[in-house]
Design a protein around this ligand. Sequence first.
Ligand SMILES: *Cc1c(COP(=O)(O)O)cnc(C)c1O
Length: 393
Amino acid sequence: MGTPQPVVRDSKAQMSHASSAPAPFLDLKAQYASIRKEVLHAVERVLESQQFILSKEVQLLESEIAQMAGAAAAVGCASGSDALFLALRALDVEAGDEVITTPFTFVATAGAIARTGARPVFVDIDPETFNLDPRLLGAAITTKTRAIIPVHLFGLPAEMEPILEIARQHGIALIEDAAQAIGATYKGTPVGSLGLFGCFSFFPSKNLGCAGDGGMVTTTEESLGDKLRLLRAHGSREKYSYEIMGVNSRLDSLQAAILRIKLSHLKEWEQQRIENADVYRGLIADYRLEEFVTPPAAPKYSEHVYNQFVIRCSDRSKLRLFLRERGFSTEIYYPSPLHLQPAFAYLKYSAGDFPASETACREVLALPIYPEITEEVQDSIIRTISQFYHSQL
Ligand SMILES: *Cc1c(COP(=O)(O)O)cnc(C)c1O
């Protein structure tokens, strides 16, 4: 059996990228080129003002993000990791408490819990969505549980209704880890206002990335917004007066000014990501790859914003090498679940405790999905994957 030809896009399949420079996984330079003038102008405005800390730029970005997320308040901070930490501290989570999340996420989700002194308690993922499985949540709740942190992984909001229902029944706070999902919606409601807190990251590879580190916490309760503002700035409202024990976790004015420019383009960039995901789905069908490759789930309740396009595949390491040798970069999010990482060994989990997360770690492969990627490159990637599997038959 030969390599199946694509049904629709065969003319584009003639292009080869093997001989040219490797196709990038993420092309931040292409995005910068499209907004260079605006960004430089904003940076100059801040430099002329010489106001670098919690200036008007930060306040304006905070109100723009609060409005977009439908939240009562938004508070800029130094990173997405700190956004999670500040939300937990705003709830007075501390040693002796438990906070639930999944082991199939970036380290910062569980790291923020550990930093408060509380114990991270893991619940496995739904293998379809890669997000916290609501069916397994109830069994993990104890009298010590103070908060649940569902992660909207890869840009797909978690199945929030049953999770919120369980949280409500037990009087437990819900914190969304929306680091990968800014702009996504669950049943029409934007992430960041589904729980009590929403945590965002502006790390450069996120859908809204700054020129360094940055983050933001949203909350649906204005009084908690006030507490978050205190916590991020040494617990201080007035100079040299400290109401509570806080930290230094502020968002820089330069980052806020750049983020405001990029926020005005976010909708169109995310629309491109969604279109690119549709192109991949079409190509996977056209090249008859369903038997080897599972595209990401697109449940009806959520709008996915595709910070990552993560497939499941067999023979992952061989496939990844095959693509690499032909000039295509891919990534693995994540190669190992958090409960098996040395940093979390003190939690005393073992291999086999979270089988869906462990299987995902062996099978997932992220394909480039950045807004500026061309259909030609996407076609070349899927054609190469087709060559890999169909030549083995
Ligand atoms: C990126 C990320 C974070 C942390 O954000 P930083 O800004 O890098 O600190 C937290 N959770 C998830 C799921 C992330 O992807």
